[in-house]
Design a protein around this ligand. Structure first.
Ligand code: A3P
Length: 297
């Protein structure tokens, strides 16, 4: 079976998104140089960290509604949309999302008062989620152990947008140096365990006045089952075919499952004892200077 041709930019393997496959440097530069407005909001995550979930919560909070947006988050996915002009024409506050590392986020964003929401999920569950995502898509056909050994566990760029460790460590550093209070860090696991408090914290960061009732309703509307259902029944998925550069072995009709299980700790069903020990060693070394309270269960 043909493998998609790897394309590396700035030390990172590029995912099969058309603008990146055509000219990754051009799109990265356009994003970094994006003209920002003072109330712009960027949701920045490493893939499979719960982006679709938090995206919907953010959209509901800033609009003060519990209506689902018809567009999927991919309509506002900076490195994927056919034309960045879409962003220029959005009403304020403009929500956007990206998996680009911190160093490539719009330079003007924090200078002008914009906000960045960074969601972190424990890397074992990210790995499991990413593995299923890539297999379902027909992007690869290897065992979970092979995936971990060759792509995820070691800090190399073989994963889309580089390694998880590099991504979160770069963000941690940026958050430590953040003088404007522009970066909000949230954890997938905290949101899962305590969605009301976390959503209130998020609303406060976004300067959104939200009643307890609205917060409760948003949490309910954005529960895993409800979002999964909305994704099937309400969301316009038409953009997917426009943004993905399908390799010959990828299934154009396969719909990546953005709502697979939505739990903490599915890694326990995938990691052998040996793999877990190996992972923990590499993790301890990679994250030795990090203070991030990553929650594995
Ligand atoms: P799993 O594959 O472990 O189920 P992203 O949106 O960044 O691609 O992340 C996808 C992951 O977030 C998937 O994880 C998905 O199920 C999970 N997810 C999506 N909505 C969720 C929700 N409302 N609550 C919990 N997890 C959710």
């Amino acid at each position: 079976m043909d493998k998609p041709k790897p394309l590396v930019f700035d030390g990172m393997n590029m995912p099969p998104l058309r603008p990146l496959r055509e000219n990754a440097e051009k799109r990265f530069t356009e994003i970094r140089d994006l003209e920002c407005m003072k109330d712009d909001i960027i949701l920045a995550t490493y893939s499979k960290s719960g982006t679709h979930w938090i995206w919907e919560v953010v959209c509901m909070l800033i609009k003060g509604t519990t209506e689902y947006t018809k567009e999927t988050k991919e309509f506002f996915f900076l490195e994927a949309i056919p034309d960045l002009d879409v962003v220029h024409n959005l009403p304020s506050p403009r929500p956007m999302n990206t998996h680009l590392p911190y160093r490539w986020l719009p330079k003007q964003l924090t200078e002008k008062g914009g906000k960045i929401i960074h969601v972190i999920r424990n890397p074992k569950d990210v790995a499991v989620s990413l593995y299923h995502h890539l297999v379902d898509f027909g992007a690869m056909n290897i065992s979970f152990n092979q995936f971990m050994e060759t792509m995820f566990m070691i800090p190399n760029p073989a994963c889309a947008m580089g390694s998880w460790y590099d991504y979160v460590k770069e963000f941690e550093q940026a958050a430590e140096n953040d003088k404007h209070g522009a970066i909000f860090t949230m954890f997938y696991e905290s949101m899962k365990k305590n969605p009301i408090d976390e959503t209130k914290r998020l609303a406060k960061f976004l300067n959104v006045e939200a009643s307890d009732k609205l917060i409760e309703d948003i949490v309910e509307k954005c529960s895993f089952e409800n979002l999964k259902n909305a994704d099937k029944t309400i969301k316009d998925q038409s953009i997917m075919k426009k943004i993905i550069d399908f390799a010959p072995n990828m299934d154009e009709n396969a719909k990546p499952n953005m709502y697979r299980k939505g739990v903490i700790g599915d890694w326990k069903n995938h990691f052998t004892v040996a793999l877990n020990e190996q992972f923990d060693k590499i993790y301890a070394d990679e994250m030795k200077n990090s203070k991030l309270p990553i929650q594995f269960e």
